[in-house]
Design a protein around this ligand. Structure first.
Ligand SMILES: [Zn+2]
Length: 285
C-alpha cells in the first residue's frame, strides 16, 4: 500500500500497557462470553460486533512498551488507514447531505474495557456501537499473518476498514434495525442476519479502498489479492474447518470464504454503495 498521502487520524486512543482487571473495571463480559455470544447469537444486544477471530495473543512482557522517541510503525499505519477511511466516508456522507461522525480507534494490549463490556485480545478486533469505537490489539496483525495465513499491509487495512464499516452501519441505523430483528428471531435466523451485516461491512471496506485508490492511488500491485486472501482466510467455513475439522453452515455468523471474498471484491470493483445491499440480495442465504 502507498499511504504517504493519507493523513494520520487524530482519533487514536492509545491504551496499550494499561492493566485492566475485571474487578477494577466493574465486571462486564469476559472473553469467553464474548466468543460464545458471537458464536451462538451473532451479535448480542449490547451492540458488540465481534469478528470471531479468536487468537493466541501472548501477554506482553512488562517493560517492553514503546520507548519515547522511537518510531511507532504499528500505530502510524493504523492512524493512516483510519485517517483514510475518515476522508472517504466524510466525503460520501457529505455528498448524501449527512454528517459523518468519526469513530475512535482504541489500541490496547491483552484486554480492554469497552462500553460493550470487558474483552480479551484473544477474541480479536471488534467494534462497539455503544461508544462508537473500534478496538484492536496490534498483536492481532501478527496472528493474521502467521495463523490466518493472511500476510500483507492491505490485509491489515481490510480488517480496520471492515470495523469502520460497522461504524458506518451504526450511523445509518442498520445495526440497530438488525439487532432489533435479531432479538425476536430464532437462532438460525439471527445468524443469517449477522452474516448479512458482516458481508455488508466487507463490501463497505471495499468501497473505502475503491474511493481512496481512485482519489489518492493507495493500492499497489498485489494489494487486492492480499485483501481478498484475508477475506477468504477468515470465512466461517475456513475457520470452522481449521478449528474443528468440519463445517456447520447454520452456525455461520460472518459468511463463508467465498461470500466474504465476493462482497469485498464487489465493493472494491464498483465503488458503488448501492451494490452493498446484502439485505436485499437473494444470493445471501
Ligand atoms: Zn464484523
Amino acid at each position: 500500500m502507498r499511504l504517504d498521502d493519507e493523513q494520520e487520524s487524530q482519533n487514536i486512543e492509545d491504551r496499550r500497557g494499561f492493566r485492566v482487571s475485571k474487578g477494577v473495571a466493574g465486571g462486564g463480559i469476559g472473553g469467553i462470553a464474548v466468543i460464545l455470544i458471537a458464536l451462538f447469537f451473532g451479535i448480542d444486544p449490547s451492540a458488540i460486533l465481534q469478528d470471531n477471530l479468536q487468537t493466541n495473543v501472548e501477554p506482553e512482557p512488562s517493560g517492553q512498551s514503546q520507548q519515547a522517541g522511537a518510531r511507532d510503525e504499528g500505530r502510524e499505519f493504523v492512524a493512516r488507514v483510519l485517517g483514510s477511511t475518515e476522508q472517504t466516508w466524510g466525503e460520501i456522507f457529505q455528498r448524501a447531505g449527512r454528517n459523518y461522525t468519526q469513530p475512535k480507534l482504541v489500541l490496547f494490549s491483552n484486554q480492554v474495557q469497552s462500553a460493550c463490556g470487558f474483552a480479551q485480545a484473544a477474541a480479536g478486533p471488534f467494534y462497539c456501537g455503544n461508544d462508537q469505537k473500534v478496538y484492536i490489539d496490534l498483536a492481532f496483525f501478527r496472528e493474521l499473518h502467521d495463523r490466518f495465513k493472511a500476510p500483507g499491509d492491505f490485509a491489515q487495512a481490510y480488517v480496520i476498514a471492515h470495523e469502520v464499516g460497522h461504524h458506518v452501519q451504526n450511523l445509518l441505523g442498520i445495526m440497530d434495525k438488525v439487532q432489533t430483528r435479531q432479538r425476536r428471531a430464532a437462532e438460525r435466523e439471527g445468524n443469517a442476519l449477522s452474516v448479512r451485516l458482516e458481508l455488508q461491512a466487507d463490501c463497505l471496506a471495499g468501497i473505502w479502498a475503491s474511493f481512496a485508490n481512485r482519489e489518492r492511488k493507495i493500492l499497489e500491485p498485489g494489494d487486492v489479492e492480499e485483501g481478498l486472501n484475508a477475506a477468504a482466510q477468515i470465512g466461517d467455513d475456513t475457520i470452522q474447518k481449521r478449528a474443528q475439522g468440519y463445517v456447520v453452515p447454520e452456525g455461520f455468523t460472518h459468511g463463508s470464504s467465498q461470500q466474504r471474498v465476493s462482497w469485498f471484491r464487489r465493493g472494491i470493483q464498483t465503488g458503488d454503495l448501492k451494490q452493498c445491499d446484502t439485505f436485499a440480495a437473494a444470493n445471501v442465504s
